[in-house]
Design a protein around this ligand. Sequence first.
Ligand SMILES: *[C@@H]1O[C@H](CO)[C@@H](O)[C@H](O)[C@H]1NC(C)=O
Ligand SMILES: [Fe+2]
Length: 218
Amino acid sequence: MKIMQAIIFVIAAICAHSVTAELQCKLPAVEIPKRWITMAEPCTLKMRAQVQEELNAALTYMAMGAHFSRDTVNRPGFAKMFFESASEEREHAIKIISYLLMRGELTSDISTLIRNPEPLHERWDTGFEALTDALNLESNVTSKIRDIITVCENPSKEEDAFNDYHLVDYLSGDFLEEQYKGQKDLAHKLSILGKMLDNYGALGEFLFDKKLLYGELF
Ligand SMILES: *[C@@H]1O[C@H](CO)[C@@H](O)[C@H](O)[C@H]1NC(C)=O
Ligand SMILES: [Fe+2]
């Protein structure tokens, strides 16, 4: 009797084994060296946080685009400009994610990388107010990027920590350049709109919006 039980047990074990072997393929974990992953943790954390900053900016511009599209507001030039800015901010988030990937730093899950972003506001009383918000938003983003640079240049006192030249160069040359140009552009637009409002009152915003729509403002 004992022998019969043993045989049945062995047969059952073999069946169970072949079934699981057929249904799922369990490969051993692959050993990949980690020496190429060299970003210092404080620097990585700053970069991860910047993904969220860019998404917050994207959502704020998205809200501005939607606000100026409303039939009661109807400023298609402002709407077009802000929707384009929203796309650019989304691209910035993707660029930072790609950079983290290139440096081997996109291993942990993304739940801490992308949370629910919230726009700054959902309505703006005038185009001037939205442009002012946009310029302040960009100034805030610029200072966040400078913070990342400071941290990544001198990430910690640890022995293997080093000045992350490549990342610092990428942020200074690519991101800061775009920030400075964008800020100048918004400041110039505010200057033109301000003068038009002084001279033409409410008509100024209407005319400015048409200029924005047809790409006639520089
Ligand atoms: C910019 O940052 C300041 C200080 O953190 C904050 O009070 C302000 O709301 C931010 N402005 C924009 C437009 O994001
Ligand atoms: Fe950005």
